[in-house]
Design a protein around this ligand. Structure first.
Ligand code: CNA
Length: 324
């Protein structure tokens, strides 16, 4: 008998024991809750779920907080926000990264930021982005006014007509001096692949993507659609924003007097304290959204939509890589 054959008996016993344990663990997984239980019936989340389902015409206002779970830092969160990590971008003051005069003299910080957050490369939509798309699919969404520039709403498959990118996007670009349009793929290559500021071929000044910098006007689309949407919005759902940047921060004050206002944020912001129509629920927006989806009976749909969006994004990135 070889030594390995001699050792095989005790090993087989061990294997059986391991198999039995694995079977037990499988049983535990089948019965264990993988998500927290829904809160009590009269909880604020039930009130919010009721408003969402029964009023419709929801104006969603989003900020950097909804993309934090994707890995993109916000501005103002202590410790993790961009404002507390300025060394990396070498900025004299936080807002400089979005200041056109600063960009004219020192474009590199914005180039670094653009390289990091250029849509469709590193970051995938969060559960909260998927929830907004789900509201649209259920015919409950009036519009999503997003202050974000990361394009994650598109990657979560929200149709263009449902979205207002209040502070612009990376899908087009122009010269900061002569305002001629620039070819976006060339701008992308320059910023993302070469970490270089793109130069205007006409006047040799700098080109920047159509992100709204401080002092620049918001897109016409913002003003046009907001004047249509404000009078008809029945619910204003505010997610992951400090409400510090006007004019977007004024939206909750401009909705009609009967419009319900819901704030899902890590901290209380704005002036919403009318107990009949305002609810603030403190916490991480993805966690809250998941609990809401459970109350609404939408969890499976939400998870499926989120998974699909992430898979599509992965495929698109791989395709782009192959194309070089
Ligand atoms: P902000 O001023 O940084 O505020 C973010 C808010 O979200 C704060 O109140 C946080 O407490 C809260 N928050 C952070 N994480 C979470 C979370 N996981 N769940 C719930 N709440 C959370 O950002 P705003 O959007 O209010 O400011 C507007 C600026 C930020 C816009 O001009 C944007 O262009 C700019 N910005 C955009 C991005 C992006 O596109 N992802 C990232 C950083 C900054």
């Amino acid at each position: 008998m070889s030594s390995s054959a001699k050792d095989s008996k005790p090993d087989k016993k061990k294997d059986d024991a391991v198999d039995a344990l694995a079977a037990q663990i499988d049983q535990i997984h089948v019965t264990e809750r993988t998500t927290p239980p829904p809160p009590e019936e009269d909880s604020p989340l039930h009130k919010i779920a009721h408003w969402i389902q029964h009023h419709g015409q929801i104006l969603v206002l989003t900020g950097a907080g909804v993309s934090v779970a994707a890995g993109i830092p916000d501005f103002r969160s202590p410790g993790t926000g961009l404002y507390d990590n300025l060394q990396k971008y070498n900025l004299p003051y936080p807002e400089a990264v979005f200041d056109v005069d600063f960009y004219r003299r020192h474009p590199q910080p914005f180039v670094s930021l653009a390289q990091e957050i250029w849509p469709g490369i590193h970051y995938a939509p969060t559960l909260t982005h998927a929830f907004v798309t789900l509201l649209h699919r259920k015919d409950l969404l009036l519009r999503n006014y997003s202050q974000n520039i990361d394009g994650l709403e598109y990657l979560a498959q929200l149709p263009a007509e449902q979205l207002v990118e209040c502070h612009g996007h990376f899908r087009s670009a122009k010269c900061i001096q002569c305002f001629r349009k620039a070819e976006i793929e060339a701008v992308r290559t320059s910023m993302v692949q070469e970490a270089k500021v793109p130069i205007c071929p006409h006047c040799r000044s700098y080109v920047k993507p159509d992100i709204v910098f401080f002092g620049e006007s918001l897109p016409d689309r913002f003003h046009t659609l907001l004047s249509q949407d404000l009078p008809v919005a029945k619910v204003c759902l505010i997610l992951g924003t400090s409400l510090q940047v006007a004019p977007v921060s004024l939206i909750p004050e401009k909705v009609g007097p009967h419009c319900k206002r819901i704030l899902l944020n890590k901290e209380r912001v704005g002036n919403m304290d009318d107990s009949d129509r305002d609810v603030f629920y403190e916490g991480d927006c993805d966690d809250t959204i998941l609990e809401l989806a459970q109350i609404l009976g939408w969890e499976q749909e939400l998870r499926a939509l989120h998974k699909q969006a992430k898979q599509d994004m992965k495929r698109a990135v791989e395709k782009k890589k192959k194309e070089g």
